[in-house]
Design a protein around this ligand. Structure first.
Ligand code: ADP
Ligand code: NI
Length: 215
């Protein structure tokens, strides 16, 4: 591991010591691994992808009163202490600002191959068995209902309404998690997403059947 990545790992581990366990260091490790996996078949700047994967959740707006500038700012401050070109720092900050599902519901002002890769890597960790676990952990953390058949699933067209959603966790599958498969940017992520998507469908099938006492 080179010095820059090594210092970034130490910084992120420290920042996320008390994080909710769906957005903790283990999430970052999985996203980092997914990033490296996707990079085996995609041409992109390796260092920018790795730094963005490592730093993307150090100050998530969800846990900071909706402030979307704090993550890129903290990342920028940290990266400025390392021996890096300004363009690299700018690029990593832009990825962090634009890679979230919420950002993708708004106007996207920035595109790059590196953003596409890290976004896919993060989205892969939101689906499949890990996706199920993370969703219920987050719902529990927020004290949300697991499921309420009387609360309809919404289709969020804009960032603001999505941000203020307090829907039960099962709704989150229909509002976001089941949509991710078709939003993957890279072939490698699309292939992995297929299987994880199928798993979520069978989980939901089983969940509803058990809820209604049919199994
Ligand atoms: P992104 O960075 O892609 O916008 P988030 O950080 O909002 O993603 O969400 C990451 C993960 O946190 C989700 O995939 C899900 O597991 C969990 N999560 C976020 N919002 C909710 C919610 N309203 N209900 C259940 N889980 C959620
Ligand atoms: Ni993430």
């Amino acid at each position: 591991m080179n010095k820059i990545i090594e210092s970034t790992v130490a910084f992120v581990q420290d920042r996320l010591k008390f994080a909710e366990s769906g957005h903790d260091w283990s999430h970052i490790q999985r996203v980092w691994n997914n990033t490296k996996l996707i990079l085996q078949t995609e041409e992109a700047d390796y260092q920018i992808c790795e730094l963005a994967a490592l730093l993307h959740d150090i100050a998530d707006s969800k846990f900071h009163d909706g402030d979307e500038s704090i993550g890129p700012r903290v990342a920028g401050e940290f990266l400025s202490s390392l021996d890096l070109d300004k363009e690299v720092i700018d690029h990593v900050q832009k990825i962090i600002l634009n890679m979230s599902f919420k950002a993708s519901l708004g106007e996207i002002a920035f595109h790059s191959k590196e953003l596409e890769i890290v976004q896919d890597a993060d989205r892969l960790d939101a689906i499949g068995a890990i996706g199920v676990a993370r969703a219920f952990n987050y719902g529990g953390h927020k004290n949300r209902e697991m499921y309420n058949p009387n609360i309809a699933v919404q289709e969020y067209q804009d960032k603001e309404s999505y941000k203020h959603s307090e829907a039960p966790t099962i709704n989150h599958f229909h509002e976001k998690l089941l949509l991710l498969k078709d939003k993957m940017n890279t072939k490698a992520a699309q292939a992995i997403a297929e299987k994880r998507h199928e798993f979520m469908l069978s989980f939901l099938d089983e969940f509803y059947a058990e809820w209604e006492g049919k199994r």
